[in-house]
Design a protein around this ligand. Structure first.
Ligand SMILES: C[S@@+](CC[C@H](N)C(=O)[O-])C[C@H]1O[C@@H](n2cnc3c(N)ncnc32)[C@H](O)[C@@H]1O
Length: 327
């Protein structure tokens, strides 16, 4: 380990092991000070622009820098990647593990901590982003921290359409390019492009993402914020979508029935769950990506049958139409 790694390791130990959200929060802010000084991009006022791609919105480098500070998102994804790498080391004994980071942003937030637990002889990173500025920043940061030996290459590309070189074995692909309930950003298109290109035994992080539709009572939801461990009662209407390494959906519509008398469960919400890997799961309200997304009021839908389709493209979203319209 070089001197920078020796200084950073106690911080990474906290991200990997601490049970205290407060401690992780403080650590992420300390890391942000280091990363922003080295990369030249800080999580401040948003003065740069998103890129609009055929697969959805790629958030700007400053917005991507902000993602570092999402406590549970960052901790659970880093822990999941660590778990998966330990398994991959066993599965591919003696091989150097090539990790494709599609949408690495300015800090390569989800991989950088792993440099203190795996050597540059054990793992190598392919940094990919659609933003030239993000790639320039991560290059500056890795040079400044003496981590360049981890970088196999830096590739400016759209991960929704990029074809991986045939002569390069990828053991893991990582991409967190999503928004709540898989709206707006290109996560689904990136998974559908990259996963089929991965060889047998390779891992994709997140391992699985699912979106369900549920009716909620706003008063119970509010109460749950102030009562530790309280899971408010909700009415489960069904799973709308599930995507992962072992399950690429064909996007055929799902049918959902809204009860005639929803009573106090006045809101129609989408809920997102993200399995980073193995036991590391981001559940409701643990980060911005898993907050319920309100799509309407039960009053407007009661007694109706809906056909729900996921629409990929420039504006990824779910579309809801009366089920009869399918006939
Ligand atoms: C939500 S940020 C995540 C940053 C960082 N990986 C993290 O987890 O903190 C998403 C990043 O993915 C990049 N991105 C979005 N769509 C992309 C695409 N189609 N191809 C390549 N990169 C993309 C954005 O430019 C941005 O840097």
């Amino acid at each position: 380990m070089n001197d920078a790694q020796k200084q950073l390791k106690p911080l990474f130990d906290i991200i990997l092991n601490s049970d205290s959200p407060g401690e992780i929060r403080q650590t992420l802010h300390t890391l942000h000070d280091v990363y922003s000084a080295c990369s030249g991009v800080s999580a401040g006022n948003i003065t740069d622009k998103d890129i609009f791609t055929p697969g959805g919105q790629a958030i700007s480098p400053i917005k991507a820098a902000h993602c570092l500070l999402e406590i549970q998102r960052t901790a659970k994804l880093v822990r999941g990647i660590n778990q998966a790498l330990l398994e991959l080391k066993e599965r591919f004994k003696g091989e150097k593990l090539n990790i494709l980071y599609a949408g690495c942003g300015p800090y390569a937030t989800l991989l950088t901590p792993l440099t203190c637990y795996f050597s540059a002889e054990e793992v190598s990173f392919i940094m990919m982003d659609i933003s030239e500025d993000a790639l320039a920043a991560v290059d500056r940061m890795y040079t400044s921290l003496g981590l360049s030996p981890y970088i196999k290459r830096i590739t400016l590309a759209d991960a929704c359409t990029h074809i991986l070189p045939e002569n390069e074995r990828i053991h893991m692909a990582v991409s967190e390019t999503m928004n709540t309930a898989l709206y707006k950003e290109p996560q689904v298109m990136i998974m559908k492009n990259l996963i089929p290109q991965l060889p047998e035994g390779a891992v994709f992080i997140p391992q699985e993402i699912s979106v369900s539709m549920q009716l909620t009572d706003p008063a119970l939801e509010l109460a749950s914020y102030s009562v530790a461990g309280m899971v408010p009662e909700r009415i489960w209407l069904g799973e709308l979508y599930r995507i992962g390494r072992d399950h690429l959906p064909d996007d055929s519509p799902v049918h959902i029935e809204i009860p005639e008398e929803p009573g106090q469960f006045r809101q129609v919400n989408l809920f997102t769950e993200i399995r980073a890997y193995g036991t590391e799961v981001l559940t409701t309200n643990e980060c911005s990506l898993t907050m319920p997304k309100r799509i309407g009021y039960s009053e407007d839908y009661k007694g109706k049958k809906l056909s729900v389709s996921y629409i990929s493209g420039t504006n990824p979203r779910f579309e809801f139409t009366p089920a009869e319209a399918d006939a």
